[in-house]
Design a protein around this ligand. Sequence first.
Ligand code: C2E
Ligand code: MG
Ligand code: MG
Length: 629
Amino acid sequence: MKKQRKERITVAVILLCLLTMVGAVYLCSCEVRKNLRIEMQDTLREMAEQNKSAVQRSIELGEPFGVYLPEWFEEFLNGEAFDGKGYSCIVRVDGEVIAHSAGSPIYGQKNFFECALRNPEELRDAFQAGLSGTGVFVLNGEQDFYYTPLEFEDGQQTWYMITVVPEEVLAERMQPIMSNVEQMLIIIVIIVACGVSIFLLTYQIKRKELLKLAYTDLLTGADNFACFQKKIKRKKGIHGYIIAMDLSDFKIINNTCGVATGDKVLARLWKVLHDGIREEELAARIYADRFILFFQEDDKERVKERLDELVVNIGKISEDLNTPRGFPVFGVYETTNQETADTDYGNAVQAKHIVKGRRDRNYAFYEELDYKQVLEKRAIEDGFEQAIAEKQFEIWYQPKFNVESGAVVGAEALVRWRMPDGTLFPPFKFIPIFEKNGMIPKLDEYVFRSVCIQQKQWERDGKSILPVSVNISRVSLYYYNIVEKYKAISNENGLDTKYLHLEITESATIDNAEISSLIEQFHQAGYQILLDDFGSGYSSLSTLNMMHFDAMKLDKSLIDYIGDENGEKLLHYIARLGQNLGLRITAEGVETKEQVEFLRNLKCDDIQGYYFSKPLQAQEFEKLLANAI
Ligand code: C2E
Ligand code: MG
Ligand code: MG
């Protein structure tokens, strides 16, 4: 709509320019005409004055007018004195025509005043007063004339000589000037037309380029989501399936083979998907390895067959490019395109999550979703702001114990959501959702602030306080100014940063190149940084080397190795590695006496686990501290 408006405005401006030009030319021609008229009247006056003396002389010689005509008078009567372009007549003061030159239209007119004069009265007065002057009379168009009295020595004769130059003469004189003006006008019009054409042409080309940029994914040449959204609008009411697709483990391809190879995989992936759709169907890349398809199919079984074919063809990409095998997953949503593409895509993505992380299936249909779960997810998403405002998030504290002495050395703050109906949601239910929808930084900040306030309160009440570690999601770490924000929160509560530790998961260190510098900044602000969940994912030894953590938290999955010979060896070496790097070692998820014994022998520093204590509500933790001291 906007574009059309712009085009209309451009055309209107161009038309206005042309109109202005034509108007200017018209005004110019009027001005030329006026000047020519003045010039003509001067010429008329001159010519008439020249002829006047000859006419006078002839009449004074007693040659009766009309009997003897000297040569010049012949010319006068034939109109040749005016080069054939004018004519004259002699009229009496009362307007009676006495003589006139050949071809005069006054011929046949008895009285000059009867000719359609514009201002006969004025002329009559001028004749009476014996004046000379110019006038315009209308006879076969407008005619300019000059009148001058013929004076005779006896002073008895009162005749007037009228000299006329007709309109055609004026027009003829104007002709060359006007044809110049016309030529100029034509040239101007041509120039303007060329300019406008060039402008419109480049505008069209630029518009096409811009449209291409706006609707194309530059990496793969695929349509982008904006383009898909535009095209799917034309499918309103048409039955089909919206399919959300991505490659599980695409990150591994990128990390192990490099981004350039990752890009090649994406380009090939697009080709496979594009080849897999019919002309009337749609496909687009959303971002990274996420694609969307529209199968214009009626039959669900046929959709399954086509997806199976796609899986086979996608499998060939890793063979051809010699990369780790990316596992394609599809979520399928049946639609008649009544909703927006975003809504349908959102549903397809939800379906995709059913198979995400699984290796036994590549696709799932939206109908398979557990509707209760979907509703719960929606309630979680929609309830966040209110939950923050109404302080529905509770902070629980899980104590950490020194392995040797068994003394409480600190705690980890763990969030829970107390729903208005009293049910308590554990973090695994809502944290992944908030990490996806971008709410998590706000929640992390909320937890951090609550811990600061609680610690300060205990301090004010004269209770002993110990360092409490707060989890920061890897997603929060991407947000600008996080260190400044956290510093400001602990400062505003007047809490010494030595009572605040921060837990960053191992996975955060993989995705975020800035993490090393962030850790440095947190250190400078006085916080200790704990590497959380070590051993749960791709444990990278170089991460340990590059990033300066203060402590390493061994994930429960490692602790569960205790009792297994190889697992114990692994734990042994990991603990040595951490100790040699100067890290404090905390074991998480410790549940048995056997595990505690093993960790004590390993010279592990602290233990956090159900064996000693589950996470406790603030008052319980407070009591535990009071009893322990
Ligand atoms: P985490 O940071 O690794 O926290 C330890 C989790 O292990 C806690 O689960 C804790 O209750 C559980 N745990 C501790 N000892 C044992 C044990 O002996 N056996 C078993 N089976 N589990 C044990 P929780 O509280 O459910 O928290 C789960 C995860 O949620 C946390 O793992 C953390 O990643 C995340 N989380 C919790 N609170 C926050 C928060 O405020 N912000 C962020 N970003 N994440 C949080
Ligand atoms: Mg933690
Ligand atoms: Mg952990």
